[in-house]
Ligand binder design. Structure first.
Ligand code: HEC
Length: 102
């Protein structure tokens, strides 16, 4: 009986982790055309963003570039406003920060 419960629990956990949103997927879906991980594209590379921004700053920028670009030191903003949900925002911010120091 115990063993069966344990197996059920493990199965449940692996289903949960499989559903966890993948930051790389969000990147490939929404950002890839303009940002690359370590090379300058239309926008700055993730390595550079990760070196100077916090988790919340990255999320705020993606939510509304037009509200943030001045405080980030840009004269104008050409980044499109995307409409990501909270899970996608968390996933992409973690993904970008994983490039810190790389
Ligand atoms: C249409 C092209 C485009 C797309 C799509 C795009 N960006 Fe950008 N992004 C830019 C450009 C260009 C800048 C430089 C500042 C500006 O123009 O707003 C920028 C700036 C940023 C910054 C601030 C950089 C800094 O100085 O720290 C962050 C963070 C960012 N982008 C994240 C993302 C993420 C995450 C995605 C995908 C969810 C994304 N961007 C999609 C073009 C884009």
């Amino acid at each position: 009986m115990m063993k069966k419960n344990l197996i059920l629990l493990l199965t449940f956990c692996s289903i949960l982790s499989a559903q966890k949103l993948d930051g790389k997927k969000v990147f490939e879906t929404y950002c890839w055309g303009c940002h690359h991980q370590s090379a300058v594209a239309f926008g700055p590379p993730f390595t550079e963003i990760a070196s100077k921004r916090s988790f919340d700053e990255i999320k705020a920028y993606v939510i509304e570039p037009k509200a943030m670009y001045k405080s980030f030191g840009y004269k104008r903003s050409v980044m499109t406003q995307l409409h990501l949900n909270d899970d996608e925002l968390d996933a992409i911010a973690h993904y970008i920060l994983s490039y810190k120091g790389k």
